[in-house]
Ligand binder design. Sequence first.
Ligand code: PGA
Length: 262
Amino acid sequence: MTSTSKRLLLGTNLKMYKTAKETAAYLSELRSLVDGLQDQLLLFVIPSFVALPSAVEETGDTILLGAQNMFYEEKGAFTGEISPAMLKELGGISIIEIGHSERRHIFGETSYDCNRKVLSAAAHQFIPLLCIGETAQERDYGITEEILAEQLKIGLYGLDPACPLWIAYEPVWAIGETGTAAAPDLVLRNHGTIRTILKEILGETGESVPILYGGSVSPSNLNDLLSLPDVDGLFIGRSAWQSGSFYQLIRQALPVWHAKWT
Ligand code: PGA
């Protein structure tokens, strides 16, 4: 992205960690902490499905809300799945997270599944947040570029370039307790690759699709990551799950973000 007036994009996926009550408390604290920063910050939180109804009450227009997954069909015999209409009815969901590493690697979702979800999310006026990233083995084999290309070309196949879209680059080996934060030069290279592929797929609009980095983001690597070209925001896990720590990260990030654009 090239505009100098854009807001910092920061968000967190709460995975399967907070109950509905815990999520509501977290959001209410976070909302009061970030009050007044809306013109500089686009903040989003992605809680569990059962926390979404109460989360909608807590976020107002200060925090965007997302769902961690969504099935692509309108309705039907799909036990355990959540439809676009169910999420639409809640009235405050903006983002659908698709293809997080845990969905791909624990639940066996393929890029073809992700593609159907991306198209369905876009058709229902949600922002698809497509997560992509290579495993350690794929990195070691030297096929990261091929993996990113495959995940993007299949995942975005048939998407109207005019539809809103966010991408999160999250190397599988960088995520979670056992993850190692990616070095800035690797993030620089892979975000550049992603940008090139997005332009190939989407034409000129590929230039303005936000690309977030995720995987072991913490106060110690935030500045270096956020300063990189083509890092349009951060998708944070553990470091953002306490409202106070998330707020500290936000305060740390804002001057870095402003410095990048002046
Ligand atoms: P982490 O999680 O920041 O705890 O590594 C990132 C993610 O899974 O999105």
